[in-house]
Design a protein around this ligand. Structure first.
Ligand SMILES: [Zn+2]
Ligand SMILES: [Zn+2]
Length: 221
């Protein structure tokens, strides 16, 4: 795959660089505050080199890698990026074991997986500081996996949703650790966010909560 897509956005002083990288057209994000050189990386996928290159161009350094969940397609180059930059790796406590275990993605894609350990195990409601004045809040949104999270920035109205919410859909809930009942409750939580919240998913196009009207139907059923 030679796809290389890139988008730069700025919202209320928060900068988001989105890259789409292999193995499964994964969206990975470099997030930083205006004037700060310390970046949060949301998922790495097979993008460690592109992330590093882009960070150098932007004069920021990856300080923390947050995984939206533990599937190998999202985490496979966490260790490579940690080694290159010294960034810490964070993941929800319930998905932490996945960093050291094979899964559907690693089997299907024939990935060679080196077991690693997270530096930080996240819990719901935990705050992740960004730059001098911003912070993201960890929302535990199980369903796709037991430890899937979304990262929410209330003031700027930004949500990184991993595989919990896509434009016009959500991640599969038939894998190991999936829970079809839990995803409904998680999507319900997301539906309660302000309608204008911008959503940056783990795959596919960006969206807004208000554009995902199907959420109402699925959560009312
Ligand atoms: Zn996934
Ligand atoms: Zn995925």
């Amino acid at each position: 795959m030679s796809e290389e897509k890139r988008k730069s956005l700025r919202k209320d002083g928060i900068r988001i660089e989105a890259l789409t990288v292999p193995p499964l057209s994964n969206n990975v994000y470099i997030v930083y505050e205006d004037g700060s050189d310390s970046a949060l990386i949301v998922d790495v996928a097979e993008g460690s080199k592109q992330i590093l290159k882009r960070c150098r161009e932007l004069s920021v350094r990856p300080a923390l890698i947050v995984n939206t969940h533990g599937h190998s397609d999202h985490t496979i180059e966490d260790q490579a990026l940690r080694e290159l930059t010294g960034a810490k790796i964070a993941i929800h406590e319930l998905d932490a074991y996945r960093l050291a275990t094979e899964d559907e993605a690693s089997f299907e894609l024939g990935m060679e997986k080196v077991p690693i350990e997270a530096d930080i195990q996240l819990v719901s409601g935990q705050e992740i500081p960004l730059g001098r004045s911003s912070k993201f809040t960890v929302m535990h949104t199980p369903g796709h996996t037991e430890g899937s999270i979304c990262l929410y920035q209330k003031e700027a109205g930004i949500l990184f949703s991993g595989d919990t919410l896509f434009a016009r859909g959500y991640g599969r809930v038939d894998g190991s650790g999936s829970d079809p009942d839990a995803i409904v409750l998680s999507l319900k939580q997301l539906l309660e966010l302000p309608p204008q919240t911008e959503v940056f998913p783990g795959h596919g196009e960006f969206t807004k909560i208000e554009n995902e009207q199907w959420l109402k139907e699925i959560t009312e059923a």
